[in-house]
Design a protein around this ligand. Structure first.
Ligand code: C2E
Ligand code: MG
Ligand code: MG
Ligand code: MG
Length: 280
């Protein structure tokens, strides 16, 4: 049947494509152009120890500002970058830029600063991923000990054997690993035990569920206990107020990231933020 439509097939399909698909194709072309014209940049959201106020480091987050000054949210363009394969080049650029910034921060005197970098499924399962990571570290001279990769639970389910092998290689480089959005991916607990990871990141949804005097914080609490039992460190994402912070601390989770402490900052703003922190 497809063959009978071969002549003028492209037009036929574009004319009949759903609005949604057409929008995604347009977005994909725009994303590629934006990447090529260096319209993508990183912002950095500080991570801190809630009990001491000490800065741990930051998570690098990708931003896309279009020519007319609008921001496309990463939740919208990362999936497009993933299925178009663009994520491989974009991800390599993210890795290098974040490592480069880490080295810059060290030169400013922030020598304990940890840089957390998101890595997506398509990037991670690419056969050249380890080589890319190795090269990024070597060429930027970023110390692996201060680099952390954030992966998601769903990766653990797609190809467990590949994941275990890759995690092992990453750990051998000295880079640490955290599981992002933990609790949303339904990975089995027996599986988690087999994975050589360092940290669990409690998903923002569970932090948001924390309410005073109710049971709603119980998932966050369970994740903290699970992490403690497995000897992993725990960080909460999306902490927005004092009550959530206090509750998390009472659960035994001391590390956090969230608007209550700092929004994602441009590199210049991050430098100013760090400097002002020192002066308190
Ligand atoms: P994520 O890795 O879970 O990042 C945390 C998200 O929560 C960020 O959204 C951050 O801005 C937001 N956030 C942090 N604290 C708060 C808070 O207190 N309140 C609220 N409402 N939100 C908070 P963002 O920057 O929009 O990124 C969304 C997702 O896009 C990320 O979720 C990550 O999965 C993906 N992403 C971002 N940058 C990259 C990247 O460089 N590579 C890959 N593969 N994915 C990325
Ligand atoms: Mg993340
Ligand atoms: Mg997260
Ligand atoms: Mg999240």
């Amino acid at each position: 049947r497809a063959k009978t439509h071969q002549r003028g097939g492209y037009e036929y399909f574009t004319r009949n494509m759903g609005v949604e698909i057409r929008e995604r194709v347009l977005l994909m072309h725009a994303l590629r152009a934006a990447f090529e014209h260096e319209r993508l940049f990183l912002v950095y959201q500080p991570q801190i120890d809630m009990t001491t106020g000490k800065v741990l480091g930051a998570e690098a987050l990708l931003r896309w500002k279009t020519d007319d000054g609008k921001f496309v949210p990463p939740d919208q363009f990362i999936p497009i970058a993933e299925y178009s394969g663009l994520i491989v080049d974009i991800g390599e650029w993210v890795l290098r830029s974040a490592c480069h910034e880490l080295v810059h921060l060290r030169s400013l005197g922030y020598v304990d600063f940890q840089m957390a970098i998101n890595v997506s499924q398509a990037q991670f399962s690419h056969p050249l991923f380890m080589q890319t990571l190795h090269k990024a570290l070597e060429e930027t001279k970023a110390p692996p000990k201060f680099v952390e990769l954030e992966i998601t639970e769903s990766m653990a389910m797609k190809d467990p054997d590949l994941l275990i092998k890759t995690l092992h290689q990453i750990k051998q480089l000295g880079v640490s690993i955290s599981i992002d959005d933990f609790g949303t991916g339904f990975s089995s607990l027996s599986h988690l035990q087999k994975l050589d990871v360092d940290k669990l990141k409690i998903d923002r949804a569970f932090v948001n569920d924390i309410q005073l005097d109710t049971n709603e914080g119980s998932i966050a609490k369970m994740i903290v206990q699970l992490g403690q039992n497995l000897g992993l460190s725990i960080i909460a994402e999306g902490v927005e107020n004092q009550m959530q912070a206090d509750t998390l601390i009472s659960f035994g989770c001391h590390l956090a990231q969230g608007y209550f402490y700092a929004k994602p900052l441009t590199r210049t703003d991050l430098h100013a933020w760090l400097k002002q922190k020192e002066n308190i």
